[in-house]
Design a protein. Structure first.
Length: 315
């Protein structure tokens, strides 16, 4: 039986992964998070183990993880937008605990570690689109620099100590039930603003393209990676292979709802990257994976789910 541990299980993708992997034959899940909602996870993953633990408790985390077969690392101590001006805080709360954990695990465990990196901020402003995994990595934000630094340490521990790892550079994940959290998630931010009769904050003109990938497709990519042979040291882009802007999202919402959202125009951040479209051909070739949910279909599913769970006068 494969022993799979999800670190950061209480986040959006952690909850989706927990539910998606819970039904996998021959898998036993352990869900780890600092603030674990035990009642909620008992419904999502009734056969798994639930552990409330802080990632900074390195000894405890290593003891929890060292006998695992697969570790999925979703820990994000510093969110993308709020990382500006908080470099020292990110180093203390994210980089150092991660590096210490990686080093200890490389020495004490044979587990495979799947690290969720960033498919946009790691590359920075790319020279060409779509972006391949071997394109220059030139992050322009502390969040991207932090993710890239951790990727480099994983590579080092792989070379020096034989650590088994794979990196998923994931695009902008979206889908039903996604909360608005710490500067992440433009789609739930729009829905929350409209349903609460507030103006939606639009940073810049909203025309920069991002690679949005539906949560279910990300889960399928993780399943394919777990099942695939010979993936140690592999870095993969996981996205849709297409680019869409916030203006595209607003237009889709207008067509779905028949209403016009109120917009609060804000200045774009200095560390916002330009267009991001990921080349996903390596994931297709190595995992036999491809995204199956089209952007407009995924948006409509997300809109419908939100409307079903929130009172709204608009539709």
């Amino acid at each position: 039986m494969k022993r799979i541990i999800i670190l950061g299980a209480n986040g959006y993708i952690g909850r989706q992964l927990s539910q998606g992997l819970a039904g996998e034959a021959g898998a036993h899940l352990t869900l780890v998070s600092r603030n674990l909602d035990a009642a909620r996870f008992a419904q999502i993953c009734p056969c798994g183990d639930l552990i409330s633990a802080d990632f900074n408790e390195t000894d405890r985390m290593v003891n929890i993880c060292r006998k695992a077969d697969i570790i999925i690392d979703l820990i994000n101590a510093t969110p993308p937008r709020n990382a500006e001006g908080a470099v020292a805080e990110d180093v203390e709360n994210n980089l150092l605990p991660h590096i210490t954990f990686f080093e200890r695990m490389a020495e004490r465990s044979q587990a495979k570690l799947i690290f969720f990196s960033s498919g946009g901020t790691v590359y920075g402003n790319a020279d060409r689109l779509p972006i391949q995994e071997d394109a220059p990595a030139r992050p322009i934000s502390p969040y991207g620099a932090s993710k890239l630094t951790l990727e480099r340490y994983l590579s080092m521990f792989h070379a020096a100590k034989g650590m088994d790892y794979s990196i998923l550079r994931v695009g902008n994940i979206y889908g039903p039930d996604q909360p608005v959290k710490r500067g992440q998630g433009v789609i739930p931010a729009l829905l929350e603003a409209v349903f609460e009769d507030r103006a939606f904050k639009l940073f810049g003109e909203g025309r920069a393209k991002r690679d949005y990938v539906y949560a279910d497709d990300v889960i399928e990519a993780v399943k394919a990676l777990i099942a695939a042979p010979d993936t140690s040291g592999l870095t993969l882009n996981i996205g849709s292979g297409r680019g869409h802007s916030v203006q595209d999202i607003l237009q889709a919402f207008r067509q779905w709802s028949g209403t016009e959202p109120e917009i609060d125009h804000q200045e774009a951040g200095a560390q916002e990257v330009r267009d991001v479209i990921l080349d996903i051909s390596r994931a297709r070739a190595r995992l036999g994976w491809r995204p199956r949910v089209a952007f407009r279909d995924g948006l409509n599913r997300t809109f419908e789910h939100y409307a079903a769970h929130h009172a709204w006068r608009g539709r």
